[in-house]
Design a protein around this ligand. Structure first.
Ligand code: FEO
Length: 393
């Protein structure tokens, strides 16, 4: 697979990471891509690079179009190393190139690479004249890091959106219509839930800014390029930033000797009997990445853990640490679990849920050793109450 033309004189020259299965804690069963884009005008600009081990792939694709020493500008939309990792080596080839970056990116590049590069900082509204086209920059701090910015080409109607609108999806196809919405949508949702869910405020601001631009192509830094489903993905992003959810409850738990699982199943039964969709997710079996995608459109999260050493099961603690960092909002929370001689897990779950900003239904539900039949009936009744609350919202 070589370079791919987006439009006249604009090419995808990135790299496909077929085998990555863990992207800083995010499970990526379908791999990913690091997208870089080359614009050949009177001046030549490369937008972003690729993760360092993929440098050769990047260079091979650039060489299909021009010798790398012809590059005039290395536009660095984002400091994170999946995009800037190849910058030192490409700069060695593009000897005369100037790096274009935000002020915050400049500081980070200095920390990572310790090079005295010619660097021109840009802020929102600044432009770069390439000859036939002028690029515009928009700072989008915290989408995904403080340094992040996007690059827009008005004459091509392309938004180079960096992390926004990305998906961790390795494919030999480069465009959304070649892959299909049914495959891309879950990956885009998983990406949103696991990478930027906690940044909904800055993303909303970015969406509102992007609305003002004439765009018929969104070229992110991961996954496929949007040219057919732009309206659909923008609509999905608006719904995610507002934490719109459906009538769905998620029961997330782990279990030691099966007691917490019995409680989980009883609650699930109660919820389902009221006609609300319910999903049971054992943390050990499913993993946090997939669970977070399900959290995205759930109205309730019921978290269950047996007590171990006066606290939560380690898998539940690990999950809640991740969950809290991603800050899902507008959800109903419940804590439940079994214990032996002393409880502790449910109290800790409540603290974590509250710290996340979740409205918790109290008191927690906890039973010693093995729940009795009547206690499981109480769990089922709680499930029914949660379902009723979900339907009311
Ligand atoms: Fe794809 Fe924040 O880097």
């Amino acid at each position: 697979m070589g370079k791919v033309a987006l439009k006249k004189d604009i090419y995808w020259v990135g790299a496909i990471d077929w085998n990555i299965r863990n992207f800083h804690g995010y499970t990526t069963p379908r791999g990913s891509t690091y997208n870089a884009y080359l614009i050949v005008d009177e001046k030549v600009a490369l937008i972003d690079t690729v993760k360092a081990p993929f440098f050769e792939e990047l260079v091979e694709r650039i060489q299909e179009i021009i010798p790398p020493d012809k590059i005039d500008y290395l536009i660095t939309n984002h400091l994170e190393l999946d995009h800037s990792g190849s910058l030192p080596k490409i700069k060695e080839l593009a000897k005369n190139a100037t790096i274009i970056a935000s002020e915050r990116c400049k500081g980070g590049l200095a920390r990572y690479f310790k090079k005295e590069w010619p660097l021109h900082t840009v802020k929102t509204g600044d432009t770069l004249d390439l000859g036939k086209r002028k690029l515009t920059f928009v700072e989008v701090p915290m989408v995904h890091w403080p340094d992040s910015m996007v690059t827009y080409s008005p004459s091509d109607k392309i938004l180079f959106s960096n992390d926004a609108f990305g998906q961790h999806l390795a494919t030999s196809k480069r465009f959304d219509d070649e892959v299909g919405w049914e495959i891309i949508y879950p990956e885009a949702a998983t990406y949103y839930a696991n990478i930027v869910m906690h940044l909904s405020g800055p993303i909303l601001k970015t969406l509102d800014q992007a609305k003002e631009l004439a765009v018929d192509m969104i070229a992110p830094s991961h996954g496929v390029i949007w040219r057919t489903n732009i309206e659909k993905i923008v609509k999905a992003y608006y719904s995610w930033v507002k934490f719109e959810a459906k009538e769905k409850a998620l029961i997330i738990y782990d279990t030691m000797w099966g007691s917490t699982e019995k409680m989980a199943k009883a609650m699930g039964e109660g919820i389902a009997e009221e006609g609300v969709e319910v999903r049971m997710m054992n943390i050990t079996q499913t993993g946090r990445t997939e669970i977070m995608r399900e959290v995205l459109d759930a109205k309730a999260v019921l978290i269950g853990s047996p007590t171990i050493n006066n606290g939560m099961f380690p898998t539940v603690a690990d999950f809640l640490c991740y969950f809290k960092g991603l800050r899902p909002q507008k959800k109903i929370g419940v804590a439940f679990g079994s214990y032996g001689w002393a409880g502790g897990a449910t109290k800790a779950i409540i603290e974590e849920l509250k710290a996340t900003g979740i409205e918790v239904v109290e008191p927690e539900v906890k039973y010693p050793y093995l729940p009795e039949r009547e206690e499981l009936e109480q769990c089922k009744a709680l499930g029914k109450r949660i379902a009723a609350q979900i339907k009311k919202q």
